[in-house]
Ligand binder design. Sequence first.
Ligand SMILES: NC(=O)c1ccc[n+]([C@@H]2O[C@H](COP(=O)([O-])OP(=O)(O)OC[C@H]3O[C@@H](n4cnc5c(N)ncnc54)[C@H](OP(=O)(O)O)[C@@H]3O)[C@@H](O)[C@H]2O)c1
Length: 335
Amino acid sequence: MADLFDLVRTQRTQLPIVPTPSTVAGGTYIVTGANTGLGFECAKHFISLGASRVIIAVRSVQKGDAALAIIRKETGRYDVGEVWELDLASLDSVEAFAKRLDTLDRVDALIENASLALVQFSLTEGMETSLMVNVASTMLLAIRALPKLRASAKMFKIQPHLVVVTSGTAFSQKGVLEGTEGNIFDALSAKGTTNIAERYPLTKLLQIYAVRQLASLFPVSDTNVVINAVNPGLCTTELARNAGFIFRLQLGLMKLLLGRTAEEGSRTLLHAAVAGVASHGKYVSDCRIKEDYIPEWIRDESGCLTQRRVWGDLVKTLETRGHTVDIPGHPANKV
Ligand SMILES: NC(=O)c1ccc[n+]([C@@H]2O[C@H](COP(=O)([O-])OP(=O)(O)OC[C@H]3O[C@@H](n4cnc5c(N)ncnc54)[C@H](OP(=O)(O)O)[C@@H]3O)[C@@H](O)[C@H]2O)c1
């Protein structure tokens, strides 16, 4: 676990840009939530490094077009970059996006960066909205994209990466899931028992469990696809745009003292997108694999039970809504 001294030190360390033009050339990269913040900077890096195709996946095509126009102007690459619609608040939108993704020749990396932090409780398709966006839709997209990533690996002799952007705030949620009864996604969608102020870090914990389980079901030896979870650290973005004034003030002060710029933070996403087989199923932070940052309560036997429970409940939740979790050609699609 990171202590305060370590946090200050790592936040202030200059991060490298790990992918190089030769790593990225010819590749196709998809970044969700790329109209702003870390996703925007990440997409810009891929374009400036010489990627053949960069897909800016956004819920507002208008915002995506505006972002792409800026990227093109700043990189001078006017022929690269595509804006594709993806609204993670709709499972059907995820399915439509995944179908489109399947038409690509290849995918070198899918960076699932989009998330939101809410302070008001709301339901989307019967699920608490941030749970839907950050976890259910994010993992449905991961599941749906896997066949294309595997096919890309085979056809182009590459090692595609599937990256979920998470957060170290997840580790503040010790014991919270163990206190829930029945299906976790149903329990966390009940307004009366939901502490919405603590929801964002909880969705990030669920992401970590789900990524670890997905990676264990699909080892690189079978798929040649690397799956990891990256923490970008504290960065100056609009993520807290929905929070109350006092919280934004406190966070703003912390960011002023310790925050990375969105560009600096995006370097952690770039690293995760090429981190290699050693990062499979692992927590990546500060452009390094930092599995030792995962607390013991996630890694121990009871943590593994919770991990399988999260995955089982996720699959059931998706299937209840008519989104089957069958991945062609792989028997281990269910737990
Ligand atoms: N900033 C930090 O300090 C920090 C720390 C740890 C982890 N992270 C993680 O880093 C990632 C990027 O966050 P950020 O800081 O760059 O935040 P941000 O500036 O708020 O960007 C979030 C992106 O997600 C998109 N998004 C939100 N809801 C969506 C939906 N329903 N469908 C599709 N896209 C949606 C947003 O689109 P709109 O512009 O249309 O809303 C935006 O493009 C997140 O996963 C976050 O949890 C950030």
